[in-house]
Structures are given as structure tokens and as C-alpha cells.
Design a protein around this ligand. Structure first.
Ligand SMILES: NC(=O)c1ccc[n+]([C@@H]2O[C@H](COP(=O)([O-])OP(=O)(O)OC[C@H]3O[C@@H](n4cnc5c(N)ncnc54)[C@H](O)[C@@H]3O)[C@@H](O)[C@H]2O)c1
Length: 285
């Protein structure tokens, strides 16, 4: 398969996904920065004619975007230009060039205010209606809406809403893998599966780490997360105790990936153990 991949040099997730897809496909990356799978260094907001980039392409994977950290440095207009106008132009051009599939990198952040509850943790499935909290959520949802409108029998569109995936303090990153974080390699596997899945209409999928929690845990997760963690993930609780790390007192949401498991065959592999072992952390403690 020939894939046009925007944001292919992204150090957080994009570069990993592009590298994994390039093992079994021809990946043509576009990014502002150089990278192993980036063949064109270009600003996608400046591309007026996508035709040369789309020649012979089967699938577009669209990662390049302004995201949460850019809220401090970029205007609303910048967000709309990059995340919405550019996505619209790319979808139009892809559809007219005979591209068969468009995969969009979206975010669990779009659930926004729908995840604010003080009573119990929110069980976040795709049926929870997103309520944008900021310009990032707003423009990601607008991008998803463009994908939804563009779906056709010969132009499948899918948005993968993945959860946080960037370097952060290990005690946070490890436990987040149980309810609100994901390894870039699992995101890459989800995109690989989305290249092939057959769908009758536009779909969104949550992509996150494997959770040990049940929906019936939601009350107690908010009030007393350590008790639930000790019950559902005793190995993690013991590791935290050994390392002198504190378990979170309260957990406010659980990203649920059952739909992706069922329809894509998604199985997250890289959980909290990998956070610790990837830094050779356990060997030194
Ligand atoms: N990392 C996360 O936690 C996370 C979570 C959910 C969704 N996402 C989504 O993943 C996508 C990429 O995120 P990432 O985590 O790999 O971020 P990243 O910052 O590591 O990568 C973004 C890449 O896009 C490129 N880019 C940005 N604007 C561009 C432009 N105008 N033209 C060409 N290239 C441009 C950047 O140079 C960069 O290499 C975004 O769509 C983001 O919304 C990220």
C-alpha cells in the first residue's frame, strides 16, 4: 500500500506510527522537520496543489496538527487554518485523486467537559457526546466532522481518538496506562489495523492502554482510587510501594477501548511494566 503520512517526523507519536507502517507499506512522509520516513519537508498549510503528493497514493494518514501545547503560542485562526482548513483541503484532494482511505489522528481530549464529574469517574466510550473545552478540542472535532461528511463507499474515513502519549514523570505515565495514556507503539498498531478494516460508515475509535477497571468501579475510583488499584492491579500497587511512589488518590475517567478491540482487533501491549522497563528503571531499584 502507498501511504501519504502528514506529521511523519513527530517525535511523540507520528514518527513511531510512520515507522511501523513503513515496514509493510511504502510511506511518503510530509513534515516541517526531517525524519526517517519524511520524504518532503513542507508546511502543509502552504500546499495549494496536493495532486503531486497524492499520485498513486492508496491511504492518507493525517497527523500534522497544532495540538494542546500550541494553545499558548498560536491563535485561534492558526488552529483553524492548520487543523480544519488544511484537513478539508487534504480530504477533498485525496477523494478526487482516487485515494481509498483517510485516517485521522484525533484525541480523547475531544470529550472535554463531558469528562468533568465530581461524583464518579467517567466511563469514556465513543457514545459519550464530546463537549469541546478549548480550541484544540474544537478543531479536532471539526476535523472529525469533515471526515464524517466525506465518507463514501470508495472513500473510507476513520478517526482514531488516542489518549496522552508523550514523555512525563514516570509515576504518572505508568499508572496513566491503566486509564488515560497509551504507548506510541500501540497507537501504531491501531493505525495498522485501521488500514484494512472494512466499514459501512465513518467511525471513531478510542485508542488507549489496557484498563483493568470495570464500569462498576467508577464510584470508588473517584472516592478512593488506591483501594481499587490494589484490587485490580496488585502488581502495580506493589511496585509503587517498593519504589516509594504514591498511588493517585482519585481517578476521574477511564478511556474504554472495547469498540476498537471488537471492530479493529486492537489489543494494547505496552502497559505500565513497559514504562518502567523501557527506562531500565526496575533493574536499578
Ligand atoms: N501526543 C499525544 O499525546 C497525542 C494524543 C492524541 C492525539 N494526538 C494527535 O497526534 C498528532 C501528532 O501528534 P504527535 O504527538 O506526534 O505530535 P508531535 O508534535 O510530536 O508531531 C507533530 C508533527 O507535525 C508536524 N507539523 C505540525 N504542523 C505542520 C505543518 N503545518 N506542516 C507540516 N508538518 C507539520 C510537526 O513538525 C511535528 O513533527 C496530532 O494530530 C495530535 O492532535 C497526539
Amino acid at each position: 500500500m502507498k501511504i501519504l503520512f502528514t506529521g511523519s517526523s513527530g517525535p511523540k507519536v507520528g514518527a513511531t506510527v510512520a515507522a511501523v507502517l513503513s515496514k509493510q507499506n511504502e510511506v511518503y512522509g510530509i513534515d516541517l522537520m526531517a525524519g526517517p520516513t519524511t520524504s518532503s519537508m513542507a508546511d502543509i498549510t502552504q500546499i495549494k496543489n496536493w495532486e503531486p503528493y497524492l499520485l498513486g497514493i492508496d491511504v492518507v494518514v493525517h497527523f500534522a496538527a497544532l495540538h494542546a501545547p500550541h494553545r499558548a503560542t498560536h491563535s485561534r485562526a492558526d488552529f483553524y487554518r492548520t487543523n480544519v482548513d488544511c484537513t478539508a483541503a487534504l480530504i477533498d484532494a485525496a477523494k478526487h485523486s482516487g485515494v481509498k482511505r483517510f485516517l485521522m489522528a484525533s484525541s480523547t481530549s475531544v470529550y472535554g467537559r463531558a469528562m468533568r464529574s465530581h461524583e464518579r469517574a467517567v466511563w469514556v466510550t465513543e457514545s459519550l457526546t464530546p463537549v469541546a473545552e478549548d480550541i484544540y478540542d474544537e478543531t479536532k472535532l471539526a476535523g472529525e466532522a469533515l471526515c464524517r461528511e466525506a465518507f463514501a463507499d470508495d472513500f473510507a474515513t476513520i478517526a482514531l481518538r488516542f489518549s496522552r502519549s508523550f514523555p512525563e514523570p514516570l509515576p504518572d505515565m505508568a499508572v496513566y496506562r491503566l486509564y488515560r495514556g497509551v504507548d506510541a507503539r500501540d497507537v501504531a498498531n491501531a493505525f495498522s489495523l485501521a488500514l484494512k478494516v472494512s466499514l459501512n460508515h465513518f467511525e471513531v475509535f478510542n485508542i488507549s492502554g489496557k484498563t483493568p477497571f470495570l464500569q462498576s468501579d467508577c464510584d470508588q475510583l473517584m472516592r478512593d482510587a488506591p483501594t481499587v488499584l490494589r484490587q485490580r492491579s496488585p502488581d502495580l500497587a506493589q511496585a509503587y510501594e517498593r519504589l516509594g511512589w504514591l498511588l493517585p488518590c482519585s481517578i476521574d475517567r477511564v478511556y474504554v477501548t472495547e469498540k476498537a478491540q471488537l471492530k479493529l482487533g486492537y489489543q494494547p501491549e505496552f502497559g505500565w511494566h513497559h514504562v518502567l522497563s523501557s527506562a531500565d528503571f526496575l533493574s536499578s531499584h
